[in-house]
Design a protein around this ligand. Structure first.
Ligand SMILES: Cc1cc2nc3c(=O)[nH]c(=O)nc-3n(C[C@H](O)[C@H](O)[C@H](O)COP(=O)(O)OP(=O)(O)OC[C@H]3O[C@@H](n4cnc5c(N)ncnc54)[C@H](O)[C@@H]3O)c2cc1C
Length: 453
């Protein structure tokens, strides 16, 4: 066991950024992730100032026989970071947009909100997800299934190049030509291969964005679910519709009149003239809130009213093989027609479109052929609350079991799950051999390590 003070001194000699070890001021705050429910027993935290710092930490870890975990925001922390030197990239927040080439170059600590801010003025957007405060890097390294997934596919597949520090401490640019295997693995396989310091990725035009949330009291759940099935059956790829059964927590961004209420929501984003299927929702009376409006990319993160401050939560993700009346009957029975407590939300996202199309140029996330993604999110302010959330997640997924494929996107893995649930066996075995080749001493420790069974 390395002495904390000695470790801190060694690291400080090698880097310009701030270093925190146990017992020192700032350590608790520095090691605490955005999802504050997860406690990570890391050995030290290094807030790197640049890529030179990143290389210094990797070289130090290699010489000391230690592992390195990396965090942008801490939206997806896990106990796999225990014992590691945790690198935080939050100081690496540069964003550059080349509107002619339709490309963004970002440093690896950026959040989606700042990227959308920089692209919006050019009428461009990247493959953003539901939250503006999620980090672009963890999201993209894990594949990234966002608002534009039906038309653009996985966020990872838009990546053209990555600047990384490899396990030997070298700083290098990875492209399809320079290192095809590593390039394939980094686009979907998570943070197990290298420490990423920057990414370059394609943007796309976003003409006439229109979106928002429609909310009804939970008594309308059956009608909204039926309309969701009809609308998604007709939706063009430019229209993404998500259904949520919500038990509003007392978050500051939730209007006071909704806090503590059980509701059913439709969240949507349309790009172009594709809103016709929304007529199904207009037929349902009792709307209590309707935020639909023309949007620009900076407003996409507001649609789902997700928490932006650090939040203790557990998310269970599953892929649905169908949304038949049998599936919706099971969902309605398991939620007593809309009551999800102690969960805060059950969300069903319509997938399909570009996610189903395979390409030889794609990264390791390949395709998602399941038509819907369900996620069950529960706040866990105390360990006791965690047990109740887990029990409810389990009972609802058991009720839906005949309609679940058993797979899940890498970015939806949660505590106790492994990459074997995200990848087909042949992809997992290729990822493991790329890991062995590029990081034979297992220096990089992802939140969901590939060698975990
Ligand atoms: C509120 C909320 C909304 C979400 N919405 C979506 C969504 O719409 N679509 C979707 O697909 N997912 C979504 N997610 C899941 C999200 O994509 C993952 O939690 C993702 O890992 C977050 O990335 P991060 O960088 O913010 O998190 P972090 O916890 O900082 O990083 C997660 C992991 O990424 C790797 N990593 C991060 N930075 C680096 C780096 N520089 N070098 C190497 N590895 C690195 C590490 O392995 C790290 O453990 C959401 C999560 C939350 C909490």
């Amino acid at each position: 066991m390395i002495d904390g003070r000695a470790l801190g001194n060694d690291l400080r000699r090698g880097v310009r950024g701030r270093v925190f070890v146990a017992g020192e001021d700032g350590f608790e705050q520095a090691r605490t992730p955005w999802n504050v429910a997860v406690r990570q027993e890391v050995s030290a935290v290094v807030e790197i100032a640049d890529a030179v710092d990143a290389a210094a930490v990797v070289k130090y870890a290699a010489s000391a026989g230690m592992a390195v975990s990396t965090r942008a925001t801490g939206h997806s922390p896990s106990a796999a970071a225990d014992g590691t030197i945790l690198v935080t990239t939050r100081a690496l927040d540069g964003v550059e947009v080349d509107p002619q080439a339709r490309v963004a170059r970002v440093q690896s600590g950026v959040q989606w909100g700042s990227v959308c801010g920089a692209t919006a003025e050019h009428g461009l957007c990247g493959a953003v997800g539901s939250s503006a405060v999620v980090g672009l890097t963890g999201y993209t390294l894990g594949g990234g299934v966002g608002w534009f997934a039906r038309s653009q596919g996985f966020a990872a597949n838009a990546v053209r190049a990555l600047d990384v520090v490899t396990a030997d401490g070298a700083h290098t640019r990875v492209t399809a030509d320079s290192d095809p295997d590593l390039f394939w693995a980094l686009r979907g396989g998570g943070g197990d291969f290298a420490l990423v310091t920057g990414l370059e990725f394609d943007l796309f035009e976003t003409p006439q964005l229109f979106g928002g949330r429609i909310l009804w009291p939970a008594e309308r759940t059956a009608a909204v679910i039926a309309a969701f099935r009809d609308a998604t059956a007709e939706a063009a790829e430019g229209l993404s519709i998500w259904l949520s059964l919500v038990q509003f927590p007392p978050f500051p961004q939730v209007p006071e009149f909704l806090r503590g209420k059980a509701m059913v929501a439709i969240d949507l984003l349309a790009s172009g003239h594709v809103t016709d299927p929304l007529r199904y929702f207009d037929e349902i009376p009792g709307i209590v809130l309707d935020t639909r409006r023309p949007l620009d990319p900076t407003q996409i993160g507001d649609i789902c009213m997700e928490p932006t401050n650090p939040t203790p939560a557990a998310v269970r993700g599953e892929l649905l093989t169908d949304f038949s009346s049998e599936t919706t009957d099971s969902l309605l029975a398991a939620t007593a027609a809309g009551s999800v407590a102690p969960l805060a939300m059950i969300q069903i996202r319509h997938l399909g479109g570009a996610l189903t199309r395979s390409s030889t140029e794609a990264g390791c996330s390949t395709t998602l052929t399941e038509p819907y993604l369900i996620s069950l999110l529960g706040p866990i302010p105390t360990p006791e609350a965690g047990a109740a959330v887990l029990a409810r997640q389990n009972s609802i997924t058991e009720a839906l079991r005949p309609h679940l494929s058993g797979r899940k996107p890498f970015t939806y893995l949660d505590s106790g799950e492994t990459p074997a649930q995200a990848f087909a066996p042949e992809s997992l075995s290729r990822l493991r051999s790329i890991k062995d080749h590029y990081d034979p001493r297992d220096i990089f420790r992802s939140n969901y390590p590939l060698n975990q069974n």
